[in-house]
Design a protein. Structure first.
Length: 317
């Protein structure tokens, strides 16, 4: 397994380092800690540094970037992970995406907001671009009850609860298999939820000339949906129980994004995990509207699975 950890010196990136520790990946996991020094490149490859002849200033910035990486490298190295580091110059989002592809990363871990983003932004511009265009899973980290002390070392961080949203799609299965492949802390509880709303859409679209017949059809659809939803959530929940984790299944009714956010408010998880797209997602779209809304409005970290189930996402225990 390969993890690309992106840091920029912000409190969010320090929490991202803590989150990698909290995920408890296998000891042979390769972690690349990366930081990007923002640099605008003009036509012809010209940069302000070149125009000013500020080679000395560039070397100072390079040294600061290396010092920034050192703390994360040491912390993760203590966990006996295979850790290396690198500094890139240029557009942060572009460099992260290029390195993710080049490195064959299984997961990109980064803060939901960066050091340059205004405090009013719930989702930073770099994080938003990466989650839209990355060809792998992305974990956007926010502060939760398990990451209360921003100066705490990663080993003090744990995962107490994960809300896993599923609809039976292959993208949902990707996230579930990724979590199952991690040796999560035994105290971690997994809440498996699914949201039902198709009977509401059917009620709005069906003719109303025969109201009683329509009501009976809606009732049948609702009962059938409930049964299928229970099967999906119970099946996923049992997979986690077989691994020794506590797991609960919850079926909610309403809009998918609204239900997931409501579940997060009720269960106060450290991570919401969901697929990039669902059963209703259009394959040509880069980002499903549900995943994007969760990433923007959740008060905790969000794990977005991208590719269909792949062995590269599964960690051997």
């Amino acid at each position: 397994m390969k993890i690309l950890l992106v840091i920029d010196g912000s409190s969010y990136s320090r929490m991202a380092t803590s989150m990698v520790w909290a995920l408890r990946p296998a000891r042979d996991t390769a972690v690349t800690v990366m930081t990007v020094v923002p640099e605008h490149i003009f036509l012809g490859g010209i940069t302000l540094g070149k125009l000013r002849g500020a080679q000395e200033r560039r070397e100072v910035q390079q040294q600061k970037a290396l010092e920034l990486l050192q703390q994360s490298v040491k912390a993760l190295g203590d966990a006996r992970l295979k850790v290396d580091s690198l500094v890139r110059w240029g557009n942060p989002a572009e460099e992260i995406l290029k390195e993710s592809d080049k490195n064959g990363a299984s997961l990109v871990v980064m803060g939901a907001r960066g050091v340059a983003d205004p405090l009013s932004f719930r989702l930073g511009s770099v994080a938003q671009t990466v989650m839209k265009y990355a060809k792998t899973g992305v974990l956007l980290v926010r502060e939760t009850s398990s990451v209360q002390n921003r100066k705490a070392t990663p080993r003090k961080t744990g995962l107490n609860r994960v809300v896993l949203a599923t609809d039976g799609s292959r993208y949902s299965e990707t996230v579930a298999q990724f979590l199952l492949g991690l040796p999560l802390p035994r105290q971690c509880e997994v809440i498996v939820i699914t949201a039902l709303q198709s009977h509401l859409a059917a009620l709005l679209k069906t003719p109303t000339l025969d109201f009683q017949t329509n009501q009976e059809l809606i009732a049948q659809l609702q009962a059938s949906e409930d049964g299928e939803a229970r099967k999906i959530t119970d099946m996923v929940g049992k997979q986690f129980q077989l691994k020794g984790y506590r797991a609960a299944s919850v079926v909610m009714r309403g809009g998918a994004a609204e239900c997931i956010l409501a579940a997060a408010r009720e269960y106060n998880p450290d991570i919401i995990a969901l697929g990039r797209r669902g059963l209703t997602g259009i394959e040509s779209l880069l980002m499903g509207s549900v995943a994007e809304r969760i990433a923007r409005y959740a008060n905790c970290s969000v794990l977005i699975g991208h590719n269909p189930v792949s062995k590269t996402l599964v960690v051997e225990n």
